[in-house]
Design a protein. Sequence first.
Lengths: 597, 597, 369, 369
Amino acid sequence: MTERIVNDFSITVGTVNGSGSSTANTTILRALFKMGIPVSGKNLFPSNIQGLPTWYTIRVSKDGYLARRDEREIVIAINPNSFAKDLDSVAPGGAFFYADDIKLAVTRTDIAVYPMPIKSLVKSNPEITANLRDLVSNMVYVGVLAQMIGMDMTKIEQALDFHFKHKAKPIALNMSMVKAGAEWAAANLEKKDPFYVESMNKTDGMIMADGNMAGALGSIYGGVQFVGWYPITPATSLAESINDYLPTLRKTVDGKETYAVVQSEDELAAIGMAIGAGWAGLRAMTSTSGPGLSLMTEFYGLAYYTEVPVVVWDVQRMGPSTGLPTRTSQGDLGFAAHMGHGDTNHIILMPGSVNECFEFGWRAFDVAERMQAPVLVMSDLDFGMNQWMTEPFKYPDVPMDRGKVLWEVDLEKIKGDWGRYVDKDGDGIPYRTIPGNRHPNSAYFTRGTGHDEMARYSEDTQTWVRVLDRIKRKYETAKKYLPGPVTHKQDGAKIGVISFGSTDPAILEAQQMLAGKGLKVDYMRLRSLPSQDEVFEFIGSHERVYIVEMNRDGHLREILMVEKPELATKMSSIAYNDGLPLTAKFVANAILKLEEK
Amino acid sequence: MTERIVNDFSITVGTVNGSGSSTANTTILRALFKMGIPVSGKNLFPSNIQGLPTWYTIRVSKDGYLARRDEREIVIAINPNSFAKDLDSVAPGGAFFYADDIKLAVTRTDIAVYPMPIKSLVKSNPEITANLRDLVSNMVYVGVLAQMIGMDMTKIEQALDFHFKHKAKPIALNMSMVKAGAEWAAANLEKKDPFYVESMNKTDGMIMADGNMAGALGSIYGGVQFVGWYPITPATSLAESINDYLPTLRKTVDGKETYAVVQSEDELAAIGMAIGAGWAGLRAMTSTSGPGLSLMTEFYGLAYYTEVPVVVWDVQRMGPSTGLPTRTSQGDLGFAAHMGHGDTNHIILMPGSVNECFEFGWRAFDVAERMQAPVLVMSDLDFGMNQWMTEPFKYPDVPMDRGKVLWEVDLEKIKGDWGRYVDKDGDGIPYRTIPGNRHPNSAYFTRGTGHDEMARYSEDTQTWVRVLDRIKRKYETAKKYLPGPVTHKQDGAKIGVISFGSTDPAILEAQQMLAGKGLKVDYMRLRSLPSQDEVFEFIGSHERVYIVEMNRDGHLREILMVEKPELATKMSSIAYNDGLPLTAKFVANAILKLEEK
Amino acid sequence: MSDSLPMAGANVQVNAAGLSKADYRGAPSTLCVGCGHNSIANQIVSVCYEMNIVPENILKFSGIGCSSKSPTYFLNRTFGFNGLHGRMPSVATGALFGDRSMRGLGVSGDGDSASIGMGQFKHVMRRNVNMVYIVENNGVYGLTKGQFSATADKGLELKKQGTNMYLPVDICMEALASRATFIARLFAGNAKQVKEVLKAAMAHRGIAVIDIISPCVTFNNQENTYYSYDFGKANEEMMHEVSFQQADPSFHQGSEGSSISYIPPKPEIMLEADMIEGEIREVKLHDGSSIQLKNLEKGYNPTNRMEAMRVLEEAQENNWLLTGIIYIDPSKPALTELSNLVDTPLNRLTEKDLRPAPETMAKINSLMF
Amino acid sequence: MSDSLPMAGANVQVNAAGLSKADYRGAPSTLCVGCGHNSIANQIVSVCYEMNIVPENILKFSGIGCSSKSPTYFLNRTFGFNGLHGRMPSVATGALFGDRSMRGLGVSGDGDSASIGMGQFKHVMRRNVNMVYIVENNGVYGLTKGQFSATADKGLELKKQGTNMYLPVDICMEALASRATFIARLFAGNAKQVKEVLKAAMAHRGIAVIDIISPCVTFNNQENTYYSYDFGKANEEMMHEVSFQQADPSFHQGSEGSSISYIPPKPEIMLEADMIEGEIREVKLHDGSSIQLKNLEKGYNPTNRMEAMRVLEEAQENNWLLTGIIYIDPSKPALTELSNLVDTPLNRLTEKDLRPAPETMAKINSLMF
Ligand SMILES: Cc1ncc(C[n+]2csc(CCOP(=O)(O)OP(=O)(O)O)c2C)c(N)n1
Ligand SMILES: Cc1ncc(C[n+]2csc(CCOP(=O)(O)OP(=O)(O)O)c2C)c(N)n1
Ligand code: SF4
Ligand code: SF4
Ligand SMILES: [Mg+2]
Ligand SMILES: [Mg+2]
């Protein structure tokens, strides 16, 4: 046998959608995390509810790399229908665990093979009645795996304790099957692969969460008051999590609500309601994915031109059209940047970690209300629905920014001398009053048709140009309210990489890989659009810059080229999207290949 | 008095929406046209039905320039509410005709002023009963003007004859008021301005038409079979004209219909129906403007990815949002190019004359069926609703291209060995069968979700990438089926101008103006996107290229920069849009100013 | 600006809210002279004045159309949102959460609500949003110059459109199916009834759907304009020929088919005498056609759904325009009452109310694995 | 590819169209075991086979949802279009003009038709498009994992959703209001009735709306899954705790709230014995709740709109699931019959039929001023 490989491999479970393995997989993930080993878990699932092949892949990385890897060192095969494929996918020298009731030939000899008598172990436990068998059978492979790679049993028990909220009965039941698996493995299997885990302390102070829950919590800490939403994968759990947490976090002591969540009849209504609420002074939002975003186009343009603050989360999935609803992508960017007929430009926030999903959750409202504009937060399925190790959520470090709002007292002070679209401060941002303001000068009429500074209907050509130019100016002002880029430098690097969103871990890892091969690159992660000067200084100061993104056409590069044509030729596109999260290897290889040319 | 100015000035009538002056104005336009003088007529009207100020402006140009001019040499003021503004707007040395029942002071002394006793002349005609007075009163100013600038009375009579379809009674009635006006003017007014018209032969063989009617006729000659549409200014008259002409041009001898036109409940349904029809093998289309286009976004992405031929006309008005529904713009381009979430790229046809509205009307179907793709034809309000002098419509010079379609016999020949999305010819364009094909191998399932070459549902990552890359390749192929650019060169020009659509006359005129000032420019008008190599050769071979367009952000420039980053720095933007058609003066001044820098 | 605000002078008559009628006015109408929509706007002004409603306590909403322009023409001192075509309901639904003490007052059209807006219209009723929802119903798209809307009568002929092949959407029947809690049908020309029913609607909690037949004097049935009763027979043909640039679907067509050159101003159609319960009265429209108004019978019980369906079906079969309050259910809570909202208007809450306390952060983090 | 086509072998039973049952099959279902949608797909196969329908003479349509996936699972030899969420009607409307000899067969869901698709659903009925329009109604969004649809019962409780506050949209009442020409309500578990009524619907010209109650065995009422009648009481609590990762809206929540780990396979709910006219029968669902099926009375006259409304209202008040053909009007022409189309299918016309003759060009040009 070769050398031990510790805390540096991937585990993939091939199973069936709806078969209950997610509890087992989460337990593995959580136990490893509790052992102090950096992990990330990704669910590769079909757009169906029950019965189709699903994979869950866990990366174990002592170095803290969180990106997906293509290599599968350990594969656990539970699904007869994907058995052959799963067997094929094991990396040479890897380990293959499988349910021994799958009566298919295991032909490979370059890997360690471990059959597991899952069915018989479950049956032999008298405590488990027939209808519970399917449910707990997955715990057997947890036990077998734990035994073979050296997982800490107490951590598994802790994981189950957390999962089942300290309820003794299910914990004991599940734990009994874990133990049965482990004991059977100890007695019957001989270790033939090099993969082991060992406790470390690299997860201290970290949490694990998915981006939708983070975004939901962030929104709640941002004071969200109105959510209009319509279900769509992979955005659904964002609104649902808001719904879940609001009562605990935001009800008043006497049980009253400071918010409203309405599941609307479709996305047009969802954003329409949110715009109505935003106009009426509430921190309002909606969340959706590609098809819903397309449907929101007309309303988005209305919010742009009427200057109504509203936050829209786009948890991206693979498009165009219905596409692959359960695969990840960054393909909506180009569309979102031009969303709505006529001249528009939009503010886009691009969280690059689950932690930032939380942060941008609250920050988006500050930006929207400050700028009096729709703000799009672009997350994706990989963030939204997968478990990520991340820094703990940080309580907002700045007070809420409610923007330029005039209430009764304010209007009295200025003797009602006020116009909705007057650029009093020269920054392009006007003042607004909020319906419910009872001052007799407070009211104005909001419309998507041409209007002057006093919000009166106008078809005057010069007025039109003036208002639209002022709005454009407002988006210049926006830059100073938007989160700037984050840069990871390497001494002496001449080439740069720019990216955004969930590609971050792959690029950070690729940066190390490339350094290992002697190629130094500086890496800048954008966090918002429109871009600050810093971004172009970065591009300008490098010989070449690779713009890495998960789509076909290289949308971010297009946007940056348009913003700074002088630098266009410095920007090369590395755009690829097959629906799976990017790997470091892909990024490193792509850069190497382009550098060779 | 100064020198006579012949056939080179503008006439503007300031009147009230719904007051019946359009017959009078069209009569002037038509009579001038019949005198052989190049003319263009533009209606500047409010988004209302009755009672608000409206202007009709006629350009008379011996040189054949058809662009709008800002200068108003002759103004006819009929509307008390716009009287002061109208008076103000007369160019120094110009002429001001006004209804003398408007009791407002005429303060200017630098112009010729002609009061017209419209009310009393109408009243004094015993043939005109009270309820007809308002209707025919406008003919008085036609007569006065005709007399003062020397219009040919027989041509006016011909114009009325055409207008009233040879019906003697209304012709006589209207003509009597024209004459009354002319006679009164001859007897009472002294010519104090230099503006005259004289017959010439510059309109021989030309026609006058609006772009919506041209597009409608073009569509009919293109064999349109299904129209799903929803009313919206300024697109409405396109579908309505199709509806008008279809029975005459396309019913069979026994009165049966070869087409169907459905006014749908909204734009989502309009394009949905058209896509259904296109899928079912019909030449199908819809027409709309900005807000409707925004609503079509999701369906447009579906058509892109399912590869259904469908033609969408966007008769642009001023956006964003509801904007200025009765003002023109080219502001939808940037949005349209990225329409739909996920990666897309679209074929856009951009007619540059009313004649091309006809031509692209039929050609769009050929392109859509050949490419199996949605095709957007971008017109605008200026084309769509104004009267343009143009070459006669030319019967299509190529047979219909129905693209790669397999019927029963074809399938038999290849023994049913066929897959909907197989790229058999290597040009990215697959073969399709059409519902109604009774061959047992003909059927396939169309879906917006991931699918393989056999049209089977697929979530396979490599299949996804393959299909999407193939579609991208298809758009490369498209270039050879698309109308290429039209170039107007000037010997030795070092700078270029690129534009598209209804800016054409302004730029052609500006080209002459600039030449007059010693600045030679080559001008290329794009007629489609994606762009052919020619376009970049043009840019590459000039020192600087100005991209002129009617929007705020310079969309065409953005698109071209993205297509050819190497040339990005050569492209400067001249983008301006106040809702009015562009003037040559604006273009020339903008170029001069930028050249000075 | 402050000087644009009308203030009640010393000897101006004021209502119990201390406001004069001028405080309820809007901008001057830009609709056609004689348009039914104008008279509805006037009634809204009167109703709010007479009910002593403070304009700031209302929120105005509309979609897109001639009808949807109306909110500009009443209640200048009221916040208003003129949204997108067919999407008034969603905007209103969200906005009314801002301060739930406010009542919504929406004006839409038949195209806006029954064509493009059908989905939102149905769902806003189901949610019982706290607003008066007026459909100014003319069976036609006014603002885009006369196409059939979904409430156009079957068999109606319009220029450029041909004959309408479909049965009309019945706004009140739709409201019943969607369980709106207040449903009425009115005729814009019956000012007295419009005023009375509007008052009841304003006083209702939850959605009050009012289908007001409001003839488009310019486009509805324009083909027959020359049959108009107040135009002399002698000039009929002439008027027709002279006033319209015809869109004749033949080879003899002029080239500017889609624009109407001249729109003769017409007086609003108003009832001359009040109607009594159960009365049936014929009213002539400008285009020469007539409608049969029928007031609901005395003793009609508007709280019974089956009865409401019956009278609507009966009216439809008899070609009556049935007017009055067709259905009412005062018991159902409005959407904003279904949730247990704090007393302070949501839009007056501050950071203290909206941002969970810092202590909660650690607790939340402890839940994350 | 040609080899994928099932061909009737020598000793395979064939129908009058010469086709075997296999010729009507679709791809294997990927829906949950026990889903009501599957049994409907099976009935469609049987009906088409028994009616000797040539599969190429049908066009399949659907929107998005579990239900909308169904068309993949029947009639492989039929062209199908799985469009956008809620927009099946428009695609079908356009497509059926291609060859008007074809009959449309659409499958949608309650979310697809009554929520996002309400507008198109109402308008396709008004236009009487020539298709069977099945709503596989489960009161829930299946494919997005269990949110309330617009047909969810008031008071229904769902995980992560709380309690539904709104009354359900009644598909049949909506169909009546929109004047659909064939309206039926069925229960997926009553295979015999589904088959019979489907046959009648296929034979109808114009739109046939069929509201089929098709329980979602996975999400509808999942909160109460442990009350399910075929699960032993003893294991209830355990099953509940073990099978779901709860989305407990409290501080004790796990972090993966939105995913369901385990979905126990359940048998389809099928009636054991035929029902007779007028019969009322209670049927238990997997979640332990039950529905009261009521067959329409003998002698019920389905051609009377008022009667149809009455029985629907009555059923609603009594909480009956009324099944059978509720309304039928065979006299109204379908949309494609309203126009005077040529006999040749439009999609078989060629340039000669479609492009006006060259001579017409000069004539047209002469009209342009
Ligand atoms: C998305 C969209 N589609 C179309 C239009 C054009 N449009 C403006 S008003 C209108 C119809 C209005 O009809 P209705 O609601 O009946 O109002 P009316 O003018 O008859 O009072 C249409 C189609 C639009 N503004 N937006
Ligand atoms: C525009 C759009 N919004 C949302 C979705 C997500 N989505 C897919 S299916 C579905 C609900 C389907 O519910 P229903 O029609 O009742 O079908 P069921 O799954 O219950 O059979 C939703 C909301 C989508 N695909 N497209
Ligand atoms: S067009 Fe008709 S609906 Fe519009 S304002 Fe005029 S009369 Fe009223
Ligand atoms: S989730 Fe429900 S509706 Fe969807 S397939 Fe499963 S049982 Fe059927
Ligand atoms: Mg209307
Ligand atoms: Mg459903």
